[in-house]
Structures are given as C-alpha cells and as structure tokens.
Design a protein around this ligand. Sequence first.
Ligand SMILES: C[S@@+](CC[C@H](N)C(=O)[O-])C[C@H]1O[C@@H](n2cnc3c(N)ncnc32)[C@H](O)[C@@H]1O
Length: 194
Amino acid sequence: MSHSLPFSPPSAWIARFAPLVPPGARLLDLACGGGRHLRFFHGRGCHVTGVDLDLRGVADLVGQERVNLLQADLENGNPWPAALADFDAVIVTNYLYRPLLPDLLAALKPGGILLYETFAMGNQRFGRPSSPAFLLRAGELLELARGRLHVVAFEQGEVSSPKAAVIQRLCAIAQRPAAPDLDGDPAPVPLPPA
Ligand SMILES: C[S@@+](CC[C@H](N)C(=O)[O-])C[C@H]1O[C@@H](n2cnc3c(N)ncnc32)[C@H](O)[C@@H]1O
C-alpha cells in the first residue's frame, strides 16, 4: 500500500536549520512553488510570505492568517518589490536567478538567516536543470556570503535523495553592522619597517 502526503515534505536541509527560525519570525520564500516551505514554517508559527510567478500551488493558503502571497515575475527587470524587506529568514530552494542575489541579502534583517539550496554545476549529467544559468558555480554561495553573512553550514556535491542531483546549499546569518567606536580610540599606529 502506498501512502502519499497531501503536500511535498520540506527539504531535509531546510528542516535541519528550521530551529534557528523562531515562531513569530517573518519569513520570505522566494519562488515558493507549491509552498512546501511556506506550509512548514507557517505550521511552526512563522509569518510567511511566498512569491512566485504562478501561485496556483498555494491557492489554498490565500486568506489564512500569517500568510502573505505575492504573484510576481521576478525576472522581468522590475525593481525588487519594496514590501519584500526586513525578513528574519529568507528561503530559496530549487531556484536561481543571479541578478536577484543582492536583493535577497538586502531583504534580510541584521541577524536574519538565509537558507539556500539549489542545483549546481555537474547536475547536467542527471538531467534538468542543465543550463549554466540555473546551476551554481563551485563555491558560489560561499562567495555570496563572504563579508556579509556568517556561514553556519555549507555543502556542495552529489546527492541521491530525493533524486540524483548535484546541489549546493547554505545556511548563513546576516552580519550585524559593527558598533561605532564611542571611545574614539585612535587607530593603531603602524610599526615602522624593521
Ligand atoms: C522548481 S520550482 C521550486 C519551488 C519551491 N521553491 C520548492 O523547492 O518546492 C521553481 C519555481 O520558480 C518559479 N519561477 C520560475 N520563474 C519565475 C519567475 N520569473 N518569477 C517568479 N517565479 C518564477 C516557478 O513558478 C516555480 O514555482
């Protein structure tokens, strides 16, 4: 006998770091699709915002408390929607449109968490996506994080579940701006060359 869930389960990577996103957090799921992560975090008490070109997969969530849905073409060159700001968590899975990456980081509050998981170069041998436009380059998410996010965990490589694929995934926290030096201590004087 086969059992089928009504909705796809969350990615194991996203579920692993979900405890870092407390109940009440404001969470954005970019290209949310059928809303597997919206549903997961909504069930954990978060205020969830889902954005997608096609919202038919989340039609059942319309009007629910703590759910905000935005139909948008994220790739048409329009400016990033102003309402998509100040999130405690941003989730992106199985989606890549490189021009949005700076906007994604800017949408995070200081201390907010970025959970990203998508296909990477090498996935071509398993099928789609196979275009380099949709595949992360080696270490690309680490590069994205450098100087802006504290990396909690990063992985890249081949997986066999839920299907054979080459993927890359990141969990990282947006850095808080450095506090100003209120003592006005002078900058250290460089030592003269020996
Ligand atoms: C492979 S699905 C991933 C869905 C979801 N993130 C998940 O992992 O279950 C990719 C999603 O990207 C959305 N998408 C593709 N092009 C888009 C665009 N130009 N603007 C907004 N969403 C887009 C699709 O509608 C689809 O829901």
